[in-house]
Design a protein around this ligand. Structure first.
Ligand SMILES: Cc1cc2nc3c(=O)[nH]c(=O)nc-3n(C[C@H](O)[C@H](O)[C@H](O)COP(=O)(O)O)c2cc1C
Length: 417
């Protein structure tokens, strides 16, 4: 059964998809009801399969209730009234598989071709893409046998493996082993639905800037903009899920922090700090996506104390100075072969303004988007615009989810390399 969908769901790559959620015996299984609920609310059809160990840790009744479907257990496989084997039915039904948490045992079964649970045999039988999120104790994760099995999985087609994150584990160890956050699982599943599992950015390094900068009058007041960083962070995650090593230089973000997992983070605040970070990180990058919303001007002098209102009025009247054009700086010192994608946010007639900017900046690609349209620009979950490329090429990108758009832009940037 599917839940009635809100407006705009047509642009959601998860809406209407048949998603099989396989849950194995890790304590992280307790987080899966949240994921199942989130997927069902986005209009996906969700069925859950739990191993006997997982059924000890998370309630199959809760999973059935949140997915609006029955939850499948090992015993269901041996039902004498079933006309076809259940593992084959489920494997063929699934358009996408989320395997989370992936335990050491289920990983071992999978890569050694053993099908001795309903989940293990379904995994062997399915031809759908699988997002696999490992979770286990740090020492188990480091065990040579598990490491070898995980290594083996990296070679599988149709599989997007999400290694565990660092953190405090339920076993009281601090280290690697924590399952990717539920929000990130949903994002990675959306990536699988809109792009696929291909790791065409493997071996490449991408530098992304995202979010707003702030320019300070005094310790309490600044000039900034409403950028949330969503577009830039999704570009970074899209490239990372396609195998890239990603440096993200970011201002104050208004996003779920789990979307930052797996990225090399370089927080900044002002345009000057962004400028320094870009100078340091540019030489290592194969490509750059300059999505940060940088303030154009800053007070020429920042007061070290909080002034009276009258003094502040005077400070706001000037003097001001321009913030250097960071995109032009990147272009002017780029090493041979490095490709640069710029962004332009405009109101009114976007395309002619973007074309003039593209000619001025000298970057390889420029994505221009309106900020005065519904469902586009700052903070919205969807976006649209024009992608300008070499030889006056202009591609119109119709409204789509920002992650799908991020994949389109990463594809264009990759093709330019
Ligand atoms: C409370 C508890 C937590 C566990 N957490 C994990 C875990 O995070 N990762 C893991 O690989 N095994 C974990 N195990 C061990 C597995 O449940 C055990 O290896 C089991 O054989 C896994 O089988 P399955 O993959 O069929 O679910 C845990 C066991 C218990 C009792």
């Amino acid at each position: 059964m599917r839940i009635e969908q809100p407006e705009g769901a047509a642009l959601d790559p998860l809406a209407g998809r048949r998603i099989l959620v396989g849950i194995s015996g890790s304590i992280a299984a307790v987080k899966l009801p949240l994921v199942v609920s989130a997927l069902a609310k986005r209009g996906a059809q969700v069925r859950c399969v739990v191993t006997p160990s997982a059924a000890q840790l998370v309630s199959p009744v809760a999973l059935a209730s949140l997915s609006r479907e029955r939850c499948y257990l090992d015993a269901d496989q041996w039902c004498h009234t079933a006309p076809r084997p259940l593992h084959v039915e489920l494997a063929e039904w699934a358009e996408l598989v989320l395997l989370a948490p992936l335990s050491a045992t289920t990983l071992g079964r999978w890569v050694h071709g053993l099908g001795d649970t309903l989940l293990a045999s379904t995994l062997l039988a399915t031809e759908a893409p699988v997002l696999a999120a490992a979770a286990m104790n740090t020492a188990m994760w480091g065990a040579p046998a598990v490491a070898a099995n995980w290594q083996q999985l990296q070679r599988y087609e149709r599989v997007l493996p999400l290694g565990p994150a660092e953190g405090l584990l339920a076993c009281d160890r601090q280290g690697s082993g924590r399952m990717a956050d539920p929000e990130l699982l949903v994002l990675a599943l959306e990536s699988l639905a809109s792009w696929g599992w291909q790791r065409d950015w493997q071996g490449r390094r991408l530098l992304v800037s995202a979010g707003p900068t702030r320019e300070w009058f005094d310790p309490a007041r600044c000039i900034s903009n409403p950028s949330t960083g969503r577009m830039g962070v999704l570009l970074a995650q899209a490239a990372r899920l396609r195998g890239a090593e990603v440096d993200l230089v970011h201002g104050a973000l208004q996003l779920d922090p789990s979307w930052l997992e797996g990225l090399n983070l370089h927080p900044i605040d002002t345009g000057a700090q962004l400028q320094r970070a870009l100078e340091q990180l540019q030489p290592q990058a194969d490509a750059i996506a300059m999505a940060a919303a940088v303030a154009d001007h800053r007070p020429a002098r920042t007061l070290s104390y909080k002034p009276t209102k009258a003094e502040l009025d005077a400070a706001m009247c000037g003097p001001w100075e321009p913030v250097p054009d960071l995109l032009v700086e990147l272009v002017s010192r780029r090493p041979t072969g490095q490709r640069i994608l710029g962004f332009a946010a405009h109101s009114g007639d976007v395309l002619p303004q973007a074309q003039a900017k593209f000619a001025r900046k000298g970057c390889d690609l420029l994505f221009a988007n309106p900020i005065d349209q519904p469902d586009a620009g700052f903070g919205s979950s969807t976006n649209q615009g024009w992608l300008l490329g070499p030889g006056d090429a202009v591609e119109r990108l119709e409204p789509m989810g920002k992650l799908a758009l991020a994949h389109r832009l990463i594809t264009a940037l990759g093709a330019a390399l």
